[in-house]
Design a protein around this ligand. Structure first.
Ligand SMILES: Cc1cc2nc3c(=O)[nH]c(=O)nc-3n(C[C@H](O)[C@H](O)[C@H](O)COP(=O)(O)O)c2cc1C
Length: 251
């Protein structure tokens, strides 16, 4: 079974690929937290995997919450893994996850960076394709390691000085989560997609417009990237920069 969390599809794409080696079902972490489902029993021979994006060198809040509460019911030893997808470097996200829910093996997986406040623009289709083709090579290597039941911290993308940067980055994540930084403009038609996909139920359609009703969110950027009208922005840092959804899966 593979538990996944994904704002723009990268982690879901990787989770679907990894399911072939893990066996069992693909389980949405956001749905589990919403439904308060935290107990699972893997079948004999099944691997338990986790795939999630790195946010500011750490683990998305909903994934942290899930990892703290998760109970895997089994009296056998179960091989397990965590894969953190990222734009470039994971920082200490995997080690943070491992403290909350210890796993047998950990891997970083660079994919397309969806944190557009720090970018000039999202990559073009062909640039994204090139990045994702490289991700596929790394993913094949992860699958090889999993099928040989390799153990330990096998992450090659932690980045230099990550222990120090991660200390600051954790705070950076907390500071960036207030939903007051999100807004919807005149292009919002109140279709409700943002409301239906938000992992923390932080955005609602009220009087035909997207409005953030919770103080904080996970900062997955799913609402912003997946809005069909590009009506959602973050501060003044995302206007005119394009939007990204992993082109290899249907979300
Ligand atoms: C709020 C936020 C913070 C991010 N921080 C990092 C980071 O510290 N390092 C990094 O390499 N990528 C970072 N990223 C990029 C994502 O980890 C990366 O694009 C990931 O594959 C997105 O996965 P998803 O498509 O499953 O949501 C960040 C993205 C967001 C939205």
């Amino acid at each position: 079974m593979v538990f996944y969390y994904s704002g723009t599809g990268n982690s879901k794409y990787a989770a679907e690929k990894l399911l072939a080696v893990a066996g069992g079902e693909l389980v949405s972490i956001a749905d589990c937290v919403k439904n308060e489902t935290f107990e699972f029993t893997p079948a004999v021979g099944e691997i338990v995997g986790f795939v999630f994006p790195v946010y500011c060198y750490t683990v998305p809040m909903t994934v942290q919450d899930f990892a703290r509460k998760l109970k895997i019911n089994t009296d056998r030893e179960v091989y397990s893994f965590a894969v953190a997808t990222c734009g470039a470097t994971t920082g200490s996200a995997l080690r943070t996850f491992n403290k909350l829910f210890p796993v047998s093996a950990m891997f970083g997986l660079p994919m397309v960076d969806n944190y557009i406040p720090f970018l000039d623009a999202v990559p073009t289709e062909s640039e994204a394709e090139e990045i994702l083709s490289n991700s596929d090579i790394i993913l094949d290597d992860i699958i090889y390691n999993l099928s040989h039941r390799q153990s330990g911290d096998l992450n090659r993308y932690e980045g230099k000085g990550s222990k120090f940067i991660s200390l600051i980055a954790g705070k950076g994540y907390a500071n960036r989560r207030p939903t007051s930084d999100f807004s919807s403009n005149d292009k919002c038609v109140g279709c409700g997609l943002c409301e239906s996909i938000c992992p923390t139920s932080s955005v609602k359609v009220i009087d035909g417009k997207a409005v953030w009703t919770e103080q904080n969110c996970d900062l997955c950027f799913g609402c912003l990237h997946r809005c069909p009208n590009e009506a959602i922005n973050y501060k003044n840092k995302t206007q005119g920069k394009g939007r990204y959804i992993n082109p290899r899966i249907k979300l």
